[in-house]
Ligand binder design. Structure first.
Ligand code: AMP
Ligand code: FES
Ligand code: ZN
Ligand code: ZN
Length: 330
């Protein structure tokens, strides 16, 4: 804020906490919170992310993005008449996972949101660091594979209409842009505000599609949402991603609003990118029945390598037991 004269909110003349360049507004705390909430609710409505009578499974890591996603979907669910169930996966990454798990548990308890917690080590016999050590593959690719598989099993078993993820504008646009540069155009179809459920893969929704990382960080802080501020110890540099992100942010500072326009244009064209698919329809894994590109799914292949046998079917049964004891199986 400038020294001397304090900058005031454009809507109420209270002291401003931030400027929204693309809306040409200075906003106070109250009006900034309202502005972000309105944007997220409009995203839910504009892209029909959730509707009356639906069951939405929200995947929550404990970070600001997924905590905000859960909080906003919980708020919207009461007015719009859908049900929200949270899912947290404890990956067993030392203190980072312990704090993340506790944060999600306390938050869900305080809002009375049903929570499913899956513990990777209990389910498979191995924590994420143990998977990484045994396979010597990049942690984030193993972590992504395990999370995608477990989230989809839970979503299938509780018959969720969609899985909500905490991806925001600054997560998605660099990926979209990178895939455009590499001409992986079909991949872009998976990065919009929603994907449809098909072939056993439950669709994803992204309520933070039009909100930037900076806006979410400020929103979560001003709303006093509890979240884990630490980054995962495996978070890498990923130079190209970082550079594309910086490039998009420098464009945004010269042309405020260009990131949202880009995101909306991509959302309008998702069907065009989807039609470019060259992959064959998904099969069913011979071991566990999960959707898969090959006869055996990547989870069963990975667990076979680490544990000496494919664990998909066994893990699904353990998850069914856990869901049944929570009264969440239909
Ligand atoms: P990431 O793959 O880490 O970029 O996370 C993308 C999204 O996946 C997050 O916004 C969450 O919605 C979800 N997610 C990430 N980690 C977890 C976790 N440990 N448990 C449940 N959901 C998660
Ligand atoms: Fe997946 Fe860090 S949370 S590698
Ligand atoms: Zn104000
Ligand atoms: Zn399998």
């Amino acid at each position: 804020m400038k020294s001397g004269k304090e900058i005031r909110c454009s809507l109420c003349r209270e002291p401003a906490v931030t400027r929204i360049a693309y809306a040409k507004l200075w906003l106070c705390k109250k009006h900034f919170i309202e502005f972000i909430e309105k944007r997220i609710l409009e995203t839910i409505n504009r892209y029909r992310l959730a509707g009356r009578g639906q069951r939405i499974l929200v995947a929550v890591s404990g970070g600001k993005d997924s905590i905000t996603t859960l909080y906003m979907l919980h708020k919207a669910s009461m007015e719009m008449g859908f049900k929200v169930i949270a899912l947290h996966i404890d990956l067993g990454i030392g203190m980072y996972s312990k704090i993340s798990r506790e944060t999600v548990e306390h938050f869900c308890q305080s809002l009375r949101i049903p929570l499913i917690t899956l513990d990777l080590k209990t389910l498979t016999g191995y924590s994420l660091p143990e998977f990484v050590h045994k396979t010597r593959r990049p942690p984030c690719s193993i972590c992504g594979l395990l999370k995608r598989y477990l989230i989809n099993v839970v979503a299938q078993e509780i018959k969720a209409d969609a899985v909500a993820l905490g991806h925001h504008l600054d997560d998605l646009l660099p990926y979209i842009f990178k895939n455009f540069i590499l001409q992986n155009l079909f991949e872009i179809s998976k990065l919009g505000p929603r994907t449809e459920s098909e072939n056993g893969l439950v669709g994803r929704i992204r309520p933070l599609y039009e909100v930037s990382e900076h806006e979410i960080a400020l929103y979560a802080k001003l709303s006093n949402l509890p979240f884990v501020d630490e980054e995962c110890p495996y978070a890498g540099k990923k130079n190209l991603d970082k550079q594309v992100k910086e490039f998009l942010n420098s464009l945004e500072s010269l042309h405020p609003g260009i990131k949202i326009s880009f995101a909306r244009a991509v959302a309008r064209n998702i069907h065009v990118y989807k039609a470019l698919s060259t992959t064959k329809p998904l099969k069913k894994c011979m071991v566990c029945g999960a959707p898969s590109n090959d006869d055996i799914c990547s989870f069963c292949k990975l667990t076979n390598r680490v544990a000496g046998k494919p664990l998909g079917a066994e893990v699904r049964l353990k998850i069914r037991d856990a869901l049944s004891s929570l009264g969440l199986l239909e």
